[in-house]
Design a binder for this molecule. Structure first.
Ligand SMILES: Nc1ncnc2c1ncn2[C@@H]1O[C@H](COP(=O)(O)OP(=O)(O)OP(=O)(O)O)[C@@H](O)[C@H]1O
Ligand code: NI
Length: 311
């Protein structure tokens, strides 16, 4: 397989994820939670994945790692450095070439001291000490068990594990909640350094300001799909630099831009109708938006957008 700098570290094409659900008795139904996601991350890049709770961010991470629940049905293609991520490939790459900073600190092994957990299979004690120092964790922390840690310490431990690994692809699922602003910034600087070394980072975050400071591109998720993927500069500028009404609404909702909330809520996966999932909340909504069978991502002004009216 080709494996050079022109091949993205992660290349996702038309990914969809459904859950096979069992209603009363033996009746089966399918719940589509991710639809038509195409996203790549190149070596050297941090791509932030932003979007409200329940928009499918963690499921995307779990799909890449191959750790979705057994009732998940995955369609589409995912490649790591040009190699198709089959379940076998995912098992081989997981933890070594593709590292996850999980959203929940409950992923730590409760029965193992955190030092050995951070060193993992390939890290050294010296690397661990160095990372602990930058994260303001004392040397004694290595001797503790997860239950002896505060939430913020546990999160720093999770980030340390990924930072020490040699993984070429790091997927960090909300790595900063519970951290002080200083430690959150240290965390992000770590990711920036890893990217600058030639790795690829997927940063799932609610903290748009951190994404503004450290990411190269931002992918905005809504109701299980991407609505816009664009360079971070466009998101900092806001307004007409953005392509999707939801991205603009997110920008307007930021404290520094006046805190204007978006009326209404994101539709639940089970209640999605055809057309644009944002149509009900969108001031530009037209008949086409609600009747189109699918709305595809299209390239617009150096970014990508899923909107009938994008210019
Ligand atoms: N095992 C499952 N079975 C059925 N539905 C699920 C399952 N896991 C997640 N979902 C649903 O899929 C949707 C996306 O969940 P996901 O955890 O990816 O959201 P998220 O964007 O990471 O949200 P948050 O920001 O709160 O972490 C949610 O509506 C959730 O209820
Ligand atoms: Ni999540």
């Amino acid at each position: 397989m080709a494996n050079n700098d022109t091949v993205p570290v992660l290349d996702i094409q038309n990914l969809s994820v459904k859950f096979r659900m069992y209603d009363k008795g033996l009746r089966q139904s399918e719940l589509q939670v991710i639809s038509d996601i195409s996203l790549n991350i190149k070596a050297g890049e941090i791509v932030a994945v932003a979007g409200s709770s329940g928009s499918g961010k963690s499921l995307l991470a779990h799909a890449v790692l191959g750790i979705l629940p057994k009732n998940a049905i995955v369609n589409g293609s995912m490649q790591y450095c040009g190699t198709e991520l089959t379940p076998q490939a995912q098992a081989n790459l997981r933890g070594r070439d593709i590292a996850l900073v999980p959203q929940s600190v409950s992923y730590l092994d409760p029965l193992k001291k955190v030092g050995p957990q951070v060193q993992g299979l390939y890290g050294t004690k010296a690397q661990q000490s160095q990372v602990f120092k930058r994260f303001e964790l004392s040397e004694e922390t290595a001797e503790k068990y997860p239950f002896q840690l505060s939430g913020g310490m546990a999160r720093r431990i999770l980030v340390s594990t990924a930072v020490i690994s040699d993984a070429k692809l790091i997927i960090a699922d909300e790595p900063t909640p519970g951290l002080s602003p200083e430690i959150a910034e240290t965390t992000m600087k770590f990711f920036r350094e890893l990217a600058d070394e030639g790795r690829a980072v997927m940063l799932i975050t609610h903290d748009i300001d951190l994404a503004f400071m450290f990411a190269d591109r931002i992918a905005v998720f809504y109701a299980g799909t991407t609505v816009e993927v664009a360079p971070v500069a466009d998101f900092i500028q806001g307004g007409d630099a953005l392509r999707h009404p939801y991205s603009r609404a997110l920008w307007n909702a930021l404290p520094q831009n006046g805190f204007k909330p978006i009326a209404g809520g994101q539709p639940y996966a089970g209640s999605l109708k055809c057309g644009c999932p944002y149509a009900a909340r969108c001031c530009h909504s037209s008949v086409e938006c609600t009747t189109a069978k699918t709305i595809k991502m299209q390239k617009v002004r150096g970014g990508e957008v899923r909107c009938c009216h994008a210019t």
